[in-house]
Design a protein around this ligand. Structure first.
Ligand SMILES: [Zn+2]
Length: 110
């Protein structure tokens, strides 16, 4: 569903509404006592990635979707995008370590 940018000419208030094309004019928001006007705004589009030659198999990757599929196919990840695994179980400290650390800290305070 598209997002429509609404605008109030009286107070310059802007608001985005989200609805189907069939209902784009139904129940438009009001501001300053009148119905807000729909604005035409440029869609946000970003460039696709630049083509590159895969280090896995030498094939040319020419789109972002192909890039994602290629990484998945070869079970590789991009450096910087890896998920960091946090161990779920905590390792128990050796018995008496806490007491030793408290004693050392207390000795340094003396
Ligand atoms: Zn207004």
């Amino acid at each position: 569903m598209p997002i429509y940018a609404m605008y109030c000419h009286s107070c310059q208030h802007e608001e985005d509404i989200y609805r189907s094309i069939a209902k784009m004019d139904d129940d438009l928001p009001k501001c300053c006592g009148s119905t807000m006007q729909r604005r035409i705004v440029a869609p946000m589009i970003s460039d696709d990635i630049q083509p590159y030659k895969s280090m896995c198999d030498g094939s040319w990757i020419t789109s972002r979707s192909q890039h994602r599929a290629h990484l998945k196919q070869h079970k590789v990840i991009e450096v910087g995008n890896e998920k960091i695994q946090v161990p779920k179980k905590q390792v128990a400290a050796p018995a008496g370590l806490k007491d030793t650390l408290i004693r050392v800290a207390n000795d340094k305070l003396k």
